[in-house]
Write a protein that binds this ligand. Structure first.
Ligand SMILES: Cc1ncc(COP(=O)(O)O)c(C=O)c1O
Length: 380
């Protein structure tokens, strides 16, 4: 099946055995009757497995071109499970410009447990080589990055990772498998905050992992079951439903994202626009090669360059909502320095360009004209 068909049917070939329901039923149950000890129909206890979650996990594996999917109670819970593959003394090389919550998990939880992280600018994949030593076990890549929209060459990174026998994990939240498929480019693990585009309607918090290798899937499943950060059946159903329109929504997110990026670039009250579709974006050629489109995320800084100018702008918006998160059907605006990335120290933020006048837009699927009119009135 091709991608659009897989968003709807991928991993869903088995219909409901009870009544043939077309949509997977929400199995709102903790446990399952056994005829004799161990005599069950594949499910024993809903932390270990639940039929609705299993349907979602098969869908995740299908749309990412992997063999095994795992669903978690949040994106961070999924990242937490990945880092638990490591032990004290191991080292990770991570993108330096990444979601603030990932940075907080790495530095405030796992560094305390002895895992060491190197935060490195990855615009040139080879830049990581000087940080590799015998303790290095994993490379953590986010591309496009949140919020600076930097692009990292997944294929080049996978070649370096393979040469040094390192696991390559890619946070594919911003791009989604509609635009970019990291496993096809050589990654070992794909991670999602399914809260964002996969769910797509800002009504559920969830995380996902997809891998190709059975042995790696088994290790991650052991962590998922042992640590227990699983999602419930109702939330699994919502994300499964969201995925069915992923391709349609992403197409419109890309169209509106481009219109917004070009409008902002031409506006005198805007200093710089960060969007990988511009030809002068430093890694535009790689974006074009590894992505099918440039997505709906756009960041920009105000010409005035002050915190006040950014705050005033977001307060004036009427169609865009000032709120955390991204990837829903509705357009959102955020101020990374005080919201999503506040957990990164100011000096670290400044190094990657997250200045006080930076605004991040998650461009939704409303009418383009309404979005541009809203940005225009707020800028003016
Ligand atoms: C790129 C990225 N990765 C991971 C996360 C964490 O996901 P969650 O909020 O579902 O825990 C987010 C959340 O904003 C994100 O933007």
């Amino acid at each position: 099946m091709k991608f659009n068909t897989r968003t709807i049917h991928g991993g869903q070939q088995e219909t409901d055995p009870a009544f043939g329901a077309v949509m997977p039923p929400i199995y709102q149950t903790t446990t399952y009757r056994q005829s004799t000890p161990g005599g069950h129909k594949g499910f024993e206890y809903s932390r270990s497995g639940n039929p609705t979650r299993a349907a979602l996990e098969r869908s995740l594996a299908s749309i990412e071109n992997g063999n095994f999917g795992l669903a978690f109670s949040s994106g961070l819970a999924a990242i937490d499970a990945v880092i638990k593959l490591l032990k004290s003394g191991d080292e990770v090389i991570s993108t330096n410009d990444l979601y603030g919550g990932s940075y907080r998990l790495f530095t405030k939880i796992f560094e305390k447990m002895g895992v060491k992280f190197h935060f490195v600018g990855m615009e040139r994949a080879e830049a990581i080589e000087e940080f590799i030593n015998e303790n290095t076990k994993m490379v953590w890549v986010e591309t496009p990055t949140n919020p600076m929209m930097n692009i990292i060459d997944i294929n080049a990174m996978s070649q370096i990772a393979k040469k040094h026998n390192l696991l390559l994990a890619v946070d594919n939240t911003f791009a989604t498998p509609y635009l970019q498929q990291p496993l096809e480019l050589g990654a070992d693990i794909v991670m999602h905050s399914a809260t964002k585009y996969l769910g797509g309607h800002s009504d559920v918090v969830m995380g996902g992992l997809v891998v190709k290798e059975k042995e790696l899937a088994e290790r991650l499943y052991f962590i998922q079951n042992s640590s227990g950060a699983v999602c419930g059946p109702q939330d699994s159903f919502l994300v499964l439903r969201g995925i069915k329109t992923l391709h349609l929504r992403m197409q419109r997110h890309c169209e509106n994202g481009e219109a917004v990026a070009r409008f902002l670039k031409a506006h005198p009250k805007v200093k710089k626009v960060y969007w990988p579709g511009f030809e002068d974006h430093p890694n535009h050629a790689i974006a074009k090669q590894q992505m099918k489109g440039f997505g709906g995320m756009v960041s920009f800084s105000t010409a005035e360059g002050t915190l006040e100018s950014a705050v005033k702008f977001v307060e004036k918006l009427k169609v865009f909502t000032l709120a955390e998160s991204l990837g829903g059907v509705e357009s959102l605006a955020g101020h990374p320095a005080s919201m999503t990335h506040a957990s990164i120290p100011k000096e670290e933020r400044a190094k990657t360009g997250i200045v006080d006048s930076l605004i991040r837009l998650s461009v939704g699927i409303e009418d383009e004209e309404d979005l541009l009119d809203d940005l225009k009135q707020a800028l003016e």
